[in-house]
Design a protein around this ligand. Structure first.
Ligand code: ADP
Length: 483
């Protein structure tokens, strides 16, 4: 193994304070506008992955709880929300956005405590973007006729929404905001390791005065998600998560009338041509795979470098990796935080072993890590073959598979040679080359000379096993209406 000791930047600790955070020791389920106890379900711990300490206890919902939540959503849909004027729907969504902004600091800290991502990410990306999504869809609520000219968009009814652990509040915003704007009511399940910001969102929803039952949030593990998917009175299923679970959901609802959007895994190609601005490209590679611990479905986990600049890119990339600070996610200088769970760390480590067994060359930042918690310093493999599992399968960690190419045709073929098609990045000085690439690459989002940039106005979603349907932008409305 080729390890290099990090030595460049030794910064004093700069931890974000937690004294402004108010958390309960245990949380019930948010059904019909209030927190209620489960009917027969137990409790489980949500832990801080950087310290392994318990933060709070969360309820494991039962089928009876899910049924209660769906009934509350149905009643709210029929009696209140479908009769609320579009402009008033917009006002409620706008209030939620404002309250998220007001509580941004507290939400960012909770996101980092519960999920392990650096405070810089939750503070600068997750929470502002979550508010931005509510603001954006608040604006659409009374303008749906403009989004679907000469059509009559109607809400679908009750939306069942299941989200993953990598962007907990942001994923809730992606799902709830357009659903409400289009006149649907919601039953949402956050991921079992990161439920806290969704539960804080329930408090915000109460403060915003949203009518009871319009948004219901049930917590728990996979079977709770399955109970939502299989509930006969759910009209729409929106899922973000692993391809395996997404396939199961599609099979489960195949013989029903339920509409469905799936945002699944990815194995994005980040492509650097020899005419690219190399320093910016290196920063984009770092941003694409290492910030946020690679816990991003659109992470640039496959790097393709044109052969003539391979040595330069690798030298600069390794140099930059050696400057990354790994450790306490609450520290404002941390670049790479904790892996979200022990289970995920095991999976990442398994893939690192697979990569070594496949014969690729391994390079990893050597870093002093905290004794407790789940950690994986940024690493990469060179000499990777197209058929290697580390080049084909989603790892969801800070592990980069590097390959080289000579021609445009070759790299397009290699980039498309994956079961996924969620995102990609292209680095070049030539606009014509960019457009040639984007026209031929099968990826829902392609960033040009940048990476991992999000905006509520821009649709996001995949091809092939990365799922179908789009979230964000005007396209995101289509997933929540029948026309
Ligand atoms: P990951 O492997 O990244 O945790 P999952 O697809 O397992 O991704 O999880 C994404 C979300 O789907 C989580 O909220 C999880 O609890 C939920 N989930 C897991 N299994 C199922 C299932 N069979 N049906 C519905 N939801 C599920």
């Amino acid at each position: 193994m080729n390890k290099v000791k990090t030595s460049l930047w030794k910064l004093d600790p700069a931890p974000e304070s937690t004294d402004h955070v108010s958390l309960q020791s245990s949380y019930g389920l948010f059904i019909d506008g209030e927190f209620v106890e489960s009917e027969g379900g137990g409790m489980f711990d949500t832990i801080n992955p950087a310290t392994e300490e318990t933060i709070a206890q969360i309820t494991e919902a039962t089928d009876a709880d899910v049924d209660k939540a769906v009934k509350a959503a149905r009643t709210a849909y029929q009696k209140v929300w479908s009769k609320t004027s579009p402009a008033d729907r917009g006002k409620y969504i706008y209030r939620i956005a404002r309250l998220i902004q007001e509580k941004a600091r507290e939400l960012a800290v909770i996101e980092t405590l519960d999920g392990g991502k650096p405070i810089r990410e939750s503070r600068d990306i997750d929470i502002p973007l979550a508010a931005a999504h509510f603001f954006y869809y608040a604006g659409w609520a009374d303008k749906l006729a403009y989004a679907f000219p000469n059509r009559t968009p109607k809400p679908l009814g009750v939306a069942g929404q299941i989200i993953p652990w990598n962007f907990p509040l942001l994923m809730a915003a992606w799902k709830i905001a357009p659903a409400l704007a289009c006149g649907n009511t919601v039953v949402l399940k956050p991921a079992e390791t990161t439920s806290l910001t969704a539960l804080k969102l329930c408090e915000i929803i109460q403060q915003a005065g949203l009518p009871a039952g319009v948004v219901n949030i049930v917590t728990g593990h996979g079977p709770v998600g399955a109970a939502i998917v299989n509930h006969p009175d759910v009209d729409k299923v929106a899922f973000t998560g692993s391809t395996a679970v997404g396939k199961g959901i599609q099979t489960a609802i195949a013989s029903t009338e339920k509409s469905c959007t799936l945002e699944l895994g990815g194995k994005a190609a980040n492509i650097v041509f020899d005419d690219a601005p190399i320093d910016q490209a290196v920063e984009g590679i770092i941003n694409g795979i290492y910030f946020n611990q690679g816990h991003v479905c659109c992470a640039g986990s496959r790097l393709f470098v044109q052969e003539s600049v391979f040595e330069e890119v690798m030298r600069k990339l390794k140099h930059r990796i050696n400057t990354l600070n790994v450790g306490d996610p609450m520290d404002k200088n941390t670049d790479v935080g904790a892996i979200n769970s022990h289970k995920q760390l095991q999976r990442i480590n398994e893939y690192i072993e697979i990569g070594k067994d496949e014969g690729a060359d391994f390079y990893q930042l050597e870093s002093d890590l905290p004794e407790k918690g789940f950690w994986c310093p940024p690493c990469l493999f060179t000499g990777v073959a197209q058929s290697n599992r580390i080049a084909q399968e989603e790892i969801f960690g800070p592990v980069l598979a590097v390959q080289t190419f000579r021609t445009v045709a070759e790299v397009i073929k290699k980039a498309n040679n994956t079961p996924y098609g969620l995102s990609a990045g292209v680095w070049t000085d030539k606009g014509s080359k960019l457009f040639n690439m984007t026209a031929q690459m099968r990826a829902g989002v392609i960033w040009a000379n940048t990476y991992n940039k999000f905006d509520p106005t821009s649709p996001f979603g995949g091809y092939k096993e990365s799922g179908f349907g789009r979230e964000g932008g005007m396209h995101g409305l289509a997933a929540y209406v029948k026309i």
